[in-house]
Write a protein that binds this ligand. Structure first.
Ligand SMILES: Nc1ncnc2c1ncn2[C@@H]1O[C@H](COP(=O)(O)OP(=O)(O)OP(=O)(O)O)[C@@H](O)[C@H]1O
Ligand SMILES: [Mg+2]
Length: 374
């Protein structure tokens, strides 16, 4: 087997980052295939469950918000769920500042890219730039040839702050490597490989190229989800992959670094496949919990007898954790007085909790909030 040409000097731009595909021997391994089997089974189960969800869009809203939150936490953007959900229920996050805004940008990118890639549209440079711009809110594109960037070693160890990896730079180099990656992703005839392996290899390659001045981590994690939806492994961008990555951040960085430093693709692939398996199961459980909660609440409301259009009401309550009177009126469900009366009634029943924030009433769906927060 051809050894993978490593980058021996972490401070030197890795202009020799090999083009894809990688040699078969780097991933044809019994452990990798065993883990691939587990990941595929879990993902298949999630996909099977997700098509059975009535009114998919509603649940997906909430779950994609969680993915966004987790991915952003990687960059140490922490926020309380309260802030986030409140911001979200405002639907005007362009005027927001801070963590909640970052998260909503990410969530927006999740949907934007998902829609962009519908139909015949395949991955292209414009896709990556669109994702980058949406998460980072910058207006530029691929970083200029002269920009000096490197990835810092995290933590508090002896190497903290020093370069753990320096991505390529120079005229045309990033463009060439990105074009090769895009080709690898789109051309399944020439590059026949299990889609989960292609996703993991693609994510690494993207991070190694590091085409943008910031936001490469977030863009690459969004890409993972879009790759799965584009290739038909999932119908909707609901896999909550960043949660696992964020909970295992040390391993994420270490296994990424292991490729340039030791040519160790195996550990990286094992890491990503494990991430898919664990988070597919986690997302599966969350979906089940949300559906059960929704059914139980619907039942309670129907039993109440005096509330009209209970189905639509419950659907709205499960679109996002905080509901406002205007969410019901804007959907044309009820007049304002009725909407308020119902929400207050549900608060008395203990299904919702009414909170006053800056003079406005927000009704928190307690059970949905609990499921999403745990
Ligand atoms: N040794 C490495 N080799 C390749 N890529 C790496 C390595 N270490 C970290 N990375 C990637 O670089 C990302 C950080 O780059 P950047 O700051 O551009 O992205 P970000 O989205 O702003 O940050 P974050 O991922 O922290 O939210 C990490 O999330 C990871 O995906
Ligand atoms: Mg950054």
């Amino acid at each position: 087997m051809m050894p993978y040409p490593i980058n021996s000097d972490r401070n030197k731009p890795w202009n020799n980052l090999p083009l894809l595909p990688i040699d078969k021997d780097l991933y044809e391994d019994i452990q990798v295939f065993a883990q691939l089997g587990n990941a595929k089974a879990a993902l298949g189960r999630l996909q099977g469950r997700s098509i059975a969800i009535p009114n998919q869009g509603l649940l997906i809203n909430s779950i994609s918000l969680q993915e966004a939150k987790a991915s952003n936490a990687i960059e140490n953007i922490f926020t309380t769920d309260d802030e986030l959900y409140k911001a979200y229920s405002e639907q005007q996050h362009k005027q927001l500042e801070g963590p909640a805004k970052e998260i909503l940008n990410y969530r927006e990118a999740l949907w934007l890219g998902y829609e962009y890639l519908q139909g015949d549209q395949s991955f292209d440079e414009a896709y990556f730039i669109k994702m980058y711009r949406t998460v980072s809110q910058f207006n530029d594109g691929i970083r200029p040839a002269v920009a000096q960037i490197y990835i810092k070693e995290g933590g508090s160890g002896p190497n903290a702050g020093k370069a753990s990896y320096t991505p390529p730079r120079g005229p045309g180099i990033l463009e060439e490597k990105l074009a090769n990656l895009i080709d690898f992703l789109n051309d399944d005839q020439q590059y026949q490989l299990d889609p989960l392996l292609k996703m993991a290899i693609g994510h690494y390659q993207f991070e190694a190229i590091h085409p943008f001045r910031d936001g490469n981590g977030r863009t690459g994690r969004i890409f993972n989800i879009h790759y799965l939806t584009k290739k038909g492994l999932l119908d909707y961008p609901i896999l909550f992959l960043s949660r696992y990555i964020m909970d295992n951040k040390e391993d994420y960085y270490a296994t990424l670094s292991g490729i340039a430093q030791k040519g160790n693709w195996k550990n990286w692939l094992l890491f990503m496949l494990k991430a898919v398996e664990i988070t597919a199961n986690l997302t599966y459980n969350k979906i089940n919990d949300i559906i059960s909660a929704k059914d139980a609440i619907l039942e309670a409301i129907v039993a109440q007898n005096n509330i009209s259009r209970p189905e639509s009401l419950v659907s709205t309550l499960f679109t996002e954790p905080f509901t406002r009177v205007k969410h019901l009126t804007e959907r044309g469900l009820y007049a304002e007085n009725t909407a308020r009366k119902y929400l207050d009634e549900l608060s008395v029943m203990g299904i919702l909790e009414k909170r006053m924030i800056q003079g406005n009433s927000y009704y928190l769906n307690l059970e949905l909030y609990r499921i999403l927060s745990e």
